[in-house]
Design a protein around this ligand. Sequence first.
Ligand code: PA5
Length: 488
Amino acid sequence: MFHLLYLFLLYFSIVISKFSSFNGKFIFFACVYVNFAVTYIRISLKHRKDEENFMIKVDISNVWGRLSLPDLLATEKEVFDAHRTLTEGTGEGNDFLGWLNLPVAEETDEIRRIRAAAKRIRETSDVFVVIGIGGSYLGPRAAIELMQGCNHNIGKGKGNPQIYYAGNTLSTRAWNELQRLLEGKDFSIAIISKSGTTTEPAIATRALRWMLERKYGTEGAKARTYAITDPVKGALRQMATEEGWETFVIPPNVGGRYSVLTAVGLLPMAVAGIDPMEVMKGACDAKKAYDIRSFENPVWLYAAARNLLYRNGKAIEILESFEPGFKMMGGWWQQLYGESEGKDGKGIFPVTAEFTPDLHSLGQMIQQGERNIFETMVRFDAPENKLTIGGDYKNLDGLNYLEGKTLDFVDEQAFQGTLAAHVDGDVPVITIDMGELNNEKLGEMFYFFELACGVSAYMLGVNPFNQPGVEFYKRNMFKLLGKPGYEN
Ligand code: PA5
C-alpha cells in the first residue's frame, strides 16, 4: 500500500515539474527520503517482532498470589549479579563454563565429522545403541523423543535406524530386552562417558563390544564403534586410542549435564535425522537474545520467580507439559536442576509430570495436598495437522457437544482449566510458551534451561557445576562389589 502511494507521489512530482513552475525536485527528494525512513522503521519493527517471536515466553502472572511485583523487582540486582558471575566466570565452579560458548554459527570440523559418522551409521545400521548415563544420555534421548515422539522407533531400520539406549540401568531385564531387540539386526554403538569408569555404561560397553566383535570381527566392530569422551584423559579415551575407534570430544570444561550441545547430543540427533546445525542455530540465537540484563529476559523471569517461590516455602517444582514427547526432556531438566541446585542443604526439588495423564494421578496432590509446590507449565504451538472430533448420531458417550471442535481446542481448554484450578488451590504457576516446535527451538530450549539453571543456582548460593553427593552411593556400591581401593 505504502509503495503504491510512493509511486504515485513520484509520478505526481515529475508531472508537477513538467507543467508548473513549482520545483518538482523538492517533492521527488522528499519522497525518496520518506521512503528510506519508512523502510528503515519497517525493517526495525520486523526485526523486533522476529526477535519477540523467537524468544521463549515466560509468564509469571499466575504467581502474584504468592509474590508481588515489588518482590520481583527487589531481586533485580541479585539476578544481575548471578548472571554476571556466570558470564564473567567469577563464581564457584568456573572451570566448567565451557557450555556457555558451545553454540556456534559456522559448521566446525567436529560437526562435519558428526554428520559423516551419522551418515555411515544410518547407511549401515538397523539399530544405533547409545551407551551412557545421566548427562551422558538424557540430552540426546530428550531431543529425539521430543522431536519424533516416544514411539519413533516403530517402522525404522537401515537408512533411518532405530535408536536404543544402554548403560543407563543395572537391570538384567532391560539388558535381555536389548539383546532381543538386536537379534538379527545390524547395529553400531556410541559409548558416551567423560570418565569412562562409570559402572553402568562400562558394563554395557564390555557386553556390546563383544557382541559386535562376534558378529563383525575385530575390524568390522571397530568401524561400528564410536566414543564420545574427554579429549585427553580417562579410561574411555585410552580405550578408544588403543582400539582405534573414531572419537568425538566432551570438552574438559563442560560437565555431563551441560553437554547436550556437544557430540553427546549432536551425534545421536544426527543419526535420528535432526540437523545439528539447525539445533546450533537456535542455541546461537538464544545465546545472543538471552544475554539481555533486564526482566525482559525470560531467563531472568524464570530464575527469579522460582527462587522467590522457594523463599516463600515452595520447595518443590513440577515441570509439566501436555506433550507426551516431552517426558524425557523433563528427565533432562530434572537432572540439570537437581544436580546443579540440590546441595548445602538447599535446593528446589525438581519433579516432572505429563498432563493430562498425571492429572489423574498427581492432580489430587497438586490441588489439595501440602502447599509446598509450584508448577512450571510448558506449552508448544499445536501442529498444522489437526484432529477434528466427529459427530455420532447415537451419541451414547454424550460427546456430540464437541462435534466439529479440534483435539487441540480441547487440549487448550484442559490447560486453561487446570491452570485456573491449581492457581485457585494456592499453587503458583509459571507458564513457559515455547512457540513452534522445530530443531531451532530445540537448541534454544536447551540453552534457555541451562542458562536459567546457572543463574538460578548462583542466586541460591550454590555451585551449579559440581555433584559431590553423587559419589556417596557409588562408594558404598564399590565397597560392596569389592572394587580395589574401596575396601574401607
Ligand atoms: O552430569 C553429570 O556430570 C553426570 O550425570 C554424568 O554425566 C554421569 O554421572 C556420567 O558420567 P560419565 O560421563 O563420566 O560416565
